[in-house]
Structure formats: C-alpha cells, structure tokens
Design a binder for this molecule. Structure first.
Ligand SMILES: Cc1cc2nc3c(=O)[nH]c(=O)nc-3n(C[C@H](O)[C@H](O)[C@H](O)COP(=O)(O)OP(=O)(O)OC[C@H]3O[C@@H](n4cnc5c(N)ncnc54)[C@H](O)[C@@H]3O)c2cc1C
Length: 459
C-alpha cells in the first residue's frame, strides 16, 4: 500500500534486491517468523504488513527507509512493540522492525549507556544497575526504549532525573532521505530538539546514548491498596499529600479491580531517597484511610521496575484514552470515581502517572515535550480477553466515559494517543512547540513517510 492508500505492485526483482541487501531478514506472508514478527503487545491489532524488514543494524535501516521512500510505501516502525494504538504495524505496507537490535553497553566511568533501538527498558535497567546506575525508564520492563524515549518517557525516578528523553545525550537515526545522522546538542541541534518528545515523526532511531545516574539499588516501595468505596475522600487527601512530595517519591495511582481485594485504589510507590527516611515520608500515605493491604517495604530498584510486568504479549485487547492533568481536583476525582462505579466489567482501570519534580523544572520549549507542568498523565483503559466479540462494546464504553473526563484534562501525552483521537489532539499535545515541529517535519520528512504515529503534518 502506498502512503496515499493506493494499491502498489512492487517489481519482484526490486524486492529480491532489498532482501539480498539486508543483513537481517525480509519477511513476507508465509515466511517462517512472519507471524511472530508482526505481533504487537496489544492483541487488539492483527496487522499484516506486505514486507517486514528485520533490521540488524543501521545499514539495514538506511536501506529499508530508502526503499520505503523511493516507492512511497506506507511505513510502520517497530521498536519494543508496546504501541497502545497499534501503529507500529500496518496492513499491506512495510514494517521496519528494529527489535533484533538489542545491545546495551554501559560505560560506568562516563556514566553513559549506548542502547540500540530494539532494546527493552528491562535490558537497560539491568545493565545499568549492574554498576549501581540508572536513568529514567517507564514502569513496565518490556516496553521498548525507542518508542518510550522518543515520545518523552515517564517513570519511577523521573521526578529526580527528568524524562527519559531529558537524559538523552545523542540519538542516531535515519530520516526519510535514508541518510544516517547523529543528533545531539553539538550536531543537528534542531533535530535533537524535535526527537525529544516528537515521537517517531522524524526518522527511524537506531541507537540512543543516555546519561546515567548513581542510584541506590535498594529502594522502598510496592503497592498500598485501599477500597474504591472510600475513593472520593481518599483521593482528596492524597491530592494534598502528593502536592508536597519530595522528588525522590513517585506514586502511581490506579483505580482498578484486584482479584482478591475487589475494587481498589492502588498507590504504587517508589521512594528512591535514603532508606532510613522512607517510613517517615510514607506515613502520610498510610494514614489516608484504612488500607486493605500494605505491601510497602524495602525492595530493589529492579524488583520495583519489574513489579507490574506481565512478560511477553498482553492476553487482553486494550483500548485507551489519555490526557494531562494539573493537580487532582475535586471535580476530576468525582468524575473518575463515578466512571469506575459505572464500569461494565472488572477490566476497566484509570491510572495517574506522576510527573513534576525535575520534569517540571525545564522550560516547556526546552525540548519538543510540552506537557512539563502537568502533575500527572492519566489514562482510562478498557480491556477484554483477546479475540472476544466484546471489543467494540468496550471501546464504545471507554469513549463515552472519557467524554466525562476529557474536559477536566488539558493537553495529552503522545505515547498514549489513539488513532481515533480528533486531529487537534496532537497539536494540543505540543502547545507552543507545534509550529516549530511542523517546520522541522517539513525539513526532515516532507512527504510524511513517518505518519503512523501521533502525526505532525509537515508545515
Ligand atoms: C504496558 C505498558 C506500559 C507503559 N508504561 C509507560 C510508562 O511507564 N511510561 C511511559 O512514558 N510510557 C509508558 N507506556 C507507553 C509507551 O511509552 C508507548 O507505548 C511507546 O510507544 C512504546 O514504545 P515501543 O518501542 O515499545 O513501541 P512500538 O510499538 O515498537 O512503537 C510505538 C511507536 O514508537 C515509534 N517507534 C518505535 N521504535 C522506533 C524507532 N526505532 N524509531 C522511530 N520511531 C520508533 C513509532 O512511531 C511506533 O509506532 C506504556 C505502554 C504499555 C503498553
């Protein structure tokens, strides 16, 4: 399929030439490995690309991008495969898959990590923690470094060290002209600005160079559960508690159904300050009400980073809507608790992922990521067993419930964007950075080859 949706017929000799020129494989329907390679974390999507280029290095990526651009092919780019909107695969186009490129090299003296674009967060955490180091990563270990970093990257130590993308020293990528470039504060500064939050709009990343930080491998955290029935009062008190939280404290809030405890408010905590201070800092959280279950205690950073993992692919189709909030207002609390009370199944959840701290101390124009002053990014998720006929009904329920919540949000995080969001949502995500991003998109991708993302249309 072409970029404009037309059917294309590729010359078999050109496809054979592409196959021969790659170090990795070029897979088409029926090839061994094709069905595994096209699979995404979210089984709501079952997309069948015409071609999958399984890249083993930057040379393969430049070849695949040049081929896509020369033929004007619909192009999807896959890193860790955790796209919530399913756009890292496509029907009948070319999927450029960097998943086989997974090397992570840590230089403990320089406190830097060179990370290939197919690596998962757990790979980076594990290699860095071997030296007592870490950088901000997301909260689920098998999310991809590439998609998460390019869109921003929010996680357990982000309030201390900023977004994952704030810790980038340089990125190597292949823009739409197929020429490999490095972007940093010293080289291609505009592009470097754009890829730190601009998502997959500017090219295929092949390698990232991150700043690492010394962090204690021994932290304090885990999950603290309260009954959702007390949700309104709890969250109002929590809003006061969290407003003065130190940078070392990170608390995700999840309104969900627990297999044993029923409907709960789950505070998922990581305290990365001095262990001896943890109990004091967390006393206020423990006193919000009468907990159903308290699992807080000393834990390693790696244990916390893997604590909500369900390794591999999700068994549940997932549909999400998300936005940014600027404090947990009483109106928002009432709206989310009411939505949870009216949920049609136990497979609905609302989460609040905490920002603030170092993330908010950089100006919003410092990188493409605009939503720095938000207190949280939040999401409303509906899920269903993969393959169940309930998918559409679940999605429709989420859309209707989100209509109650969205007016209480402002802007959004592109890594949670969905394909049926209205067009203005992407512009809202980028605020005053929008025009500069559109200009840069025109310079680096005038034909909008990289359009399967929260898309920035060229100026
Ligand atoms: C279970 C789960 C937990 C999550 N937790 C967090 C969290 O804690 N913090 C957070 O910030 N986000 C989180 N997210 C959102 C996450 O950041 C995005 O889903 C992200 O896009 C995943 O990256 P990926 O490489 O795994 O995805 P993929 O599906 O491989 O790619 C997603 C998109 O990223 C782009 N992309 C991927 N690889 C490249 C590349 N090499 N070059 C250029 N563009 C590329 C493409 O546009 C692609 O469509 C979570 C998502 C899930 C499903």
């Amino acid at each position: 399929m072409a970029l404009d949706g037309r059917e294309l017929t590729l010359n078999p000799a050109e496809v054979a030439d592409l196959r021969a020129s790659l170090r990795g494989q070029l897979l088409t329907r029926g090839d061994t490995g094709y069905d595994d390679a096209r699979k995404l974390w979210n089984p709501a999507f079952d997309r069948k690309p015409a071609l999958i280029a399984r890249c083993l290095g930057a040379a393969d990526v430049t070849r695949a991008v040049s081929f896509a651009a020369a033929h004007g092919l619909l192009t999807a780019v896959r890193g860790g495969g955790h796209s919530l909107s399913g756009q890292s695969a496509c029907d009948r186009g070319l999927m450029i898959d960097v998943a086989p490129m997974r090397a992570v090299e840590v230089d403990p003296q320089a406190r830097r990590a060179r990370v290939q674009a197919g690596a998962l967060l757990g790979h980076l955490d594990r290699e860095a923690q071997a030296f007592g180091l870490a950088t901000t990563a997301g909260t689920v270990a098998d999310t991809g470094v590439a998609g998460l970093t390019l869109g921003g990257g929010v996680g357990r130590i982000g309030r201390r060290f900023g977004l994952t993308s704030d810790n980038l020293k340089s990125v190597e990528l292949v823009p739409a002209d197929g020429r490999w470039v490095r972007a940093s504060e010293a080289e291609n500064q505009d592009l470097f600005w754009a890829v730190r939050g601009g998502g997959g709009n500017f090219g295929v990343a092949t390698c990232f160079d991150f700043q690492l930080h010394e962090v204690s491998p021994q932290m304090y955290g885990g999950q603290l559960f309260y009954p959702l029935a007390d949700g309104r009062q709890l969250l109002r008190h929590f809003a006061d508690y969290v407003a003065t939280a130190p940078d070392e404290l990170y608390v995700d809030v999840v309104l969900e159904s627990h297999p044993k405890l029923g409907h709960v408010v789950n505070f998922d905590v990581c305290y990365s300050g001095k262990l001896s201070d943890a109990e004091r800092v967390l006393a206020g959280l423990r006193k919000l009400g009468k907990p159903l279950q308290d699992e807080l205690g000393p834990k390693t950073y790696l244990a916390l980073q893997g604590s909500v993992d369900t390794p591999g692919f999700s068994k549940f189709g997932v549909y999400v809507k998300g936005g940014l909030i600027y404090g947990l207002s009483p109106a928002l609390i009432d709206a989310v608790v009411a939505v949870m009370e009216s949920a049609p199944s136990d497979m609905v959840e609302v989460w609040f992922q905490q920002q603030g701290g170092a993330i908010s101390r950089l100006p919003a124009q410092a990188t493409a990521y605009w939503g720095r002053s938000a207190s949280h990014n939040m999401g409303l998720v509906g899920a269903w067993p993969a393959g169940s006929p309930d998918a559409e009904g679940n999605k429709e329920w989420v859309r209707k419930a989100w209509a109650q919540i969205e007016p209480l949000t402002r802007g959004n995080y592109v890594n949670i964007a969905n394909t049926d969001d209205r067009d203005s949502r992407v512009r809202e995500a980028y605020g005053d950075n929008w025009q500069r991003l559109q200009q840069l998109k025109k310079r680096y991708d005038p034909a909008n080859l990289f359009r399967l993302n929260a898309n920035i249309k060229p100026a």
